[in-house]
Design a protein around this ligand. Structure first.
Ligand SMILES: [Zn+2]
Length: 365
């Protein structure tokens, strides 16, 4: 995310603070100062910093759970509205989705209960008076953590509760239908929240609008999946593409870049089998440091997946979503490349489906 400052890295996840969060802290300090002087400013600022530390721990709950299923998280960014963990992908198995979604609120619940235990049962009644300014910092943090756990479990996207609901529905009816049902429930809930908000709490109206928009984005993602239904990789793939020979030099890769409209170039051996992939960015970054005589294959990325033409596109859609996955090879039974499945190709399938929902992709002209 742009305008973010990295404050550290923990277990492969960079923790970043967005500039708006720093402005938000300044605003909190300033408004507390004008009400109660420097002591109030310090108290409010420390409270907000500790609260957001709990939010980061919440995100690390999700991150740790996702890592158990082999999903890494390159970064987590702190915004005034909370933390955003950029998971490499969402778990496709509902039971994994459920565990990852619950892990965040569970962290806040544990912190909240530990703090309550620290305060001691004698002061439990204090927790009910969150507005009382003489309440201790620990008591306020305890209440805030329990609130965070409950608030995040509201069953609507983008709250964790929305993911929990989606996972539970998906266990019964399967992915695409589950997204539709979870989205509907989330939007209905947003309407309800907004309606309640009109009678008193304007903040609730904002949350409702936010939830409604997030649910719509989720529905769009689900529609993308839907429009790829019934289309095979062989029907969607690019068949007119220029490969780069394994013996080619960087200059020849640049020539291929100029001569075609391609952004992804498979590097193939003498038998036409793919050995790596060069993207436009790979070629450009190589050219920045080297002349044209180096072997092009020195700059290619390996580990690109091969898929077969008969594979349903929908089942490989997720593999093209990550930042590092530009294209997939399509190979025949001998392992020779016969096509290239790119994000652009998938986009074109979706456009044709949008223009003509009954279009048959298996009819070859
Ligand atoms: Zn969460």
């Amino acid at each position: 995310m742009r305008w973010s400052i990295t404050i550290g890295s923990f277990g492969g996840t960079a923790v970043k603070i967005h500039i708006t969060f720093i402005l938000f802290l300044a605003w909190i300090a300033f408004s507390a100062w004008s009400r109660g002087g420097p002591a109030a400013a310090l108290d409010s600022t420390v409270f907000i910093v500790l609260l957001f530390a709990c939010v980061v721990l919440h995100e690390f709950g999700h991150i740790a759970a996702a890592r158990r299923y082999g999903i890494s998280t390159p970064e987590v960014t702190l915004l005034p509205i909370g933390g955003v963990a950029s998971l490499q992908r969402l778990p496709s198995d509902p039971s994994q989705e459920l565990v990852v979604a619950l892990a965040g609120p569970a962290v806040n619940l544990v912190i909240g209960l530990l703090l309550v235990a620290a305060i001691g049962p004698a002061h439990l009644a204090d927790l009910m008076q969150i507005d009382n300014p003489s309440l201790s910092m620990i008591s306020r943090l305890a209440v805030a953590n329990i609130f965070l756990a409950v608030f995040n479990l509201i069953p609507a996207f983008p709250m964790d509760g929305g993911r929990v609901l989606h996972a539970l529905v998906a266990m019964r009816v399967g992915g695409p239908r589950a997204t539709e049902i979870a989205t509907r429930i989330g939007q209905a809930l947003a309407f309800g929240l907004g309606f309640l908000g009109l009678f008193g709490n304007p903040l609730l109206v904002f949350i409702a609008i936010f939830v409604y928009i997030a649910a719509a984005a989720e529905a769009q993602m689900s529609a993308a999946h839907e429009s790829l239904k019934g289309v095979s990789v062989g029907e969607a793939m690019e068949t007119r593409f220029t490969p780069v020979s394994i013996n080619a030099c960087l200059g020849q890769a640049v020539d291929a870049l100029l001569a075609t409209a391609q952004h992804e170039f498979p590097v193939v051996d003498a038998f036409g089998k793919p050995v790596g992939l060069l993207t436009r960015e790979d070629i450009l970054s190589a050219v920045r440091k080297h002349g044209g005589d180096e072997p092009a294959s020195a700059f290619m990325r390996s580990g690109v997946d091969s898929v077969r033409p008969a594979t349903p596109v929908e089942s490989v859609f997720d593999r093209l979503q990550g930042p590092g996955s530009a294209a997939l090879y399509v190979t025949d039974t001998d392992g020779r490349i016969v096509g290239l499945l790119t994000r652009q190709a998938l986009g074109e399938v979706m456009m044709i489906r949008a223009a003509r929902p009954d279009w048959r992709f298996d009819r070859k002209a």
